[in-house]
Write a protein that binds this ligand. Structure first.
Ligand code: CIR
Length: 252
């Protein structure tokens, strides 16, 4: 069970962040409103939610998931792979230091939290444009010390591993077609989310509830059929900046 979430308000310059989406400029006021609903949803699920002010100079600062990975024993601080985001991790470290011993991974090892998927005592680390082999190895060294298993997996075209693969409770993963036949995920029940609803692969599982992005009816119907509690949230303004539900918080 998660008890805490750390979030950060979007920057007024969020439109200057990195994106590959062609969905138009994000509306800052709407993004703030959606962030409030997101925090409320986490709070309703029993989490104590920390909300940090936006960080000047970092238009992508609301995507805090990328800055660290928090496990039961430590917070592993990420040396972000995107050069415009390097330094964001230094603003998160003091906040996490109140909760966990800190382990720093440093450049030239690179990884981002969006590439790290935890399923029980196993971490899957996506090798992507943001996470290199040295980053995956350094991350593994940090968590192996606490008894975790690690598997590096080659990402597909998506930004991060969690753009394409997410756990939604029990043994169930949402995956892109790219990951359907991956041996690393053989033991899981896999629900393939096709490209027409690709964004909905990034659902967030919190304390038994699956949070699903608004606007993806086929995926929503398949998730509802599992019979688990579901909450739907509109995160349209973050989607415009390639960010999804998991990116907007660090949960532990
Ligand atoms: C970026 O490209 O870094 C941001 N615009 C979006 C980061 C999304 N983070 C995530 O998926 N964990």
């Amino acid at each position: 069970m998660f008890t805490h979430a750390i979030t950060r308000l979007p920057s007024r310059q969020m439109d200057k962040g990195i994106t590959t989406a062609a969905l138009g400029q994000p509306d800052y006021e709407l993004a703030v409103k959606q962030h409030g609903a997101y925090r409320q949803a986490l709070s309703d699920l029993g989490l104590e939610v920390t909300v940090l002010e936006a960080e000047p100079g970092y238009p992508d600062c609301c995507f805090v998931e990328d800055t660290a990975v928090v496990c039961a024993q430590a917070a592993i601080i990420a040396p972000l792979g995107a050069s415009s985001r390097q330094g964001e991790q230094d603003t998160i470290e003091p906040v996490l230091a109140r909760h966990r011993p800190i382990v720093r991974v440093v450049n030239p090892a690179l990884f981002e939290g969006g590439d790290v998927l935890q399923v029980n005592d196993t971490f899957y680390i996506g090798l992507s444009e943001r996470t290199n082999r040295a980053g995956a190895q350094a991350f593994c060294a940090a968590v192996s010390a606490h008894g975790y298993q690690c598997h590096a997996v080659l990402c597909g075209p998506g930004l991060h591993l969690k753009t394409d693969v997410n756990v939604i409770g029990g043994n169930t993963l949402l995956v892109s077609p790219h990951f359907m036949d991956y041996p690393e995920f053989e033991g899981f029940e896999r629900i393939v989310v096709e490209d027409d609803e690709a964004y909905a692969r990034n659902c967030l599982f919190v304390n038994g509830t699956i949070i699903v992005p608004d606007g993806f009816p086929k995926t929503l119907a398949r998730i509802k059929a599992l019979g688990r509690p579901v909450v739907v949230l509109d995160v349209s303004e973050y989607r415009k900046m390639d960010g999804g539900l998991t990116c907007l918080s660090l949960r532990f």
